[in-house]
Write a protein that binds this ligand. Structure first.
Ligand code: ZN
Length: 169
């Protein structure tokens, strides 16, 4: 994904956030088969040290299946789960996860950035008014043709956002 050398530093018990403190949706982890320790494993695999913040935010992000979240939404989730964290830390963590390939960043408008817990290539509907991002099922079909890039460039990725608005009738 990128060339930075991976370092594996694993902290022990002191890095562990008690799951009881993340009581937003107690069944969520079990339902999606993504329990807390999987987040630790996930961090370890990409070479991110499993700090309390990363474990907690990782759990909030990944324990509920595929989601599209802004930093503000995740910050609210964290506060609701009684995990005190600043919005700046949420931003930093989201960007670290994105750089590590755990998340995909999707800029919808100049000011609005979503983080997708499904980092594989897929495309989105954006519901205007609701500020909601939805996956387009079977979206690989949309990438049949793409413009020829200028000399010296490859197409790195194609992000398609189809904007939706409710019918007015
Ligand atoms: Zn998505």
């Amino acid at each position: 994904m990128n060339e930075t050398p991976r370092r594996f530093i694993i902290e022990d018990e002191d890095a562990e956030l008690p799951v009881e403190r993340l009581r937003v949706e107690p069944a969520a982890g079990r339902r999606t088969g993504c329990p807390f320790h999987d987040v630790r494993e996930m961090l370890r695999e990409v070479g991110l040290r499993p700090t309390r913040q990363r474990l907690a935010l990782g759990w909030l992000l990944f324990a509920k299946g595929d989601r599209h979240l802004t930093a503000e939404m995740l910050h609210e989730d964290a506060l609701r789960a009684r995990f005190p964290v600043s919005l700046a830390t949420v931003y930093n963590t989201l960007h670290q996860f994105t750089e590590a390939g755990l998340l995909r960043e999707i800029a919808v408008d100049g000011s609005k950035t979503y983080f997708d817990t499904n980092a594989s290539e897929h495309h989105h509907f954006y519901v205007e008014g609701d500020s909601r991002l939805l996956d387009i099922p079977g979206a690989e079909l949309l990438v049949g043709r793409h413009p020829t890039p200028p000399d010296g460039f490859d197409v790195a990725r194609i992000d398609i956002i189809v904007r939706l608005r409710r019918k007015s009738d």
